[in-house]
Design a protein. Structure first.
Length: 105
């Protein structure tokens, strides 16, 4: 079952990376894209929705990293897989949202 644990760690990294922009934007009072906006994923949601969505992502990342298997941040494989998930999502998000927020696609 080791590969299932690694898959959970990858997606744990994905959820943690997705939590950051929502928590930061919401905490400073800025609107930001969420799946709940219109049009979906492009329109902006309120800062309150972003904080709630950020905490949902944080909770999902916690469950996948801390409640599945024996994730060890000092284990190079575990940390690398979670980091890869965070990196893959961050690169995908910068390509998608860069055109809406002043970055380049």
């Amino acid at each position: 079952m080791q590969w299932l644990h690694l898959l959970a760690y990858f997606f744990g990294g994905v959820f943690l990376a997705n939590a950051l922009p929502h928590l930061v934007s919401g905490s400073i009072g800025h609107a930001f894209q969420t799946p709940f906006a219109t049009p979906r994923g492009v329109g902006r949601s309120s800062s309150t929705i972003n904080v709630l969505w950020g905490f949902c992502n944080l909770a999902a990342g916690y469950v996948l990293l801390c409640r599945v298997g024996d994730f060890d941040l000092r284990n190079l494989l575990d940390a690398s897989v979670a980091g890869a998930g965070a990196f893959v999502l961050a690169m995908a998000l910068t390509a998608h949202f860069g055109r809406y927020n002043g970055g380049k696609p």
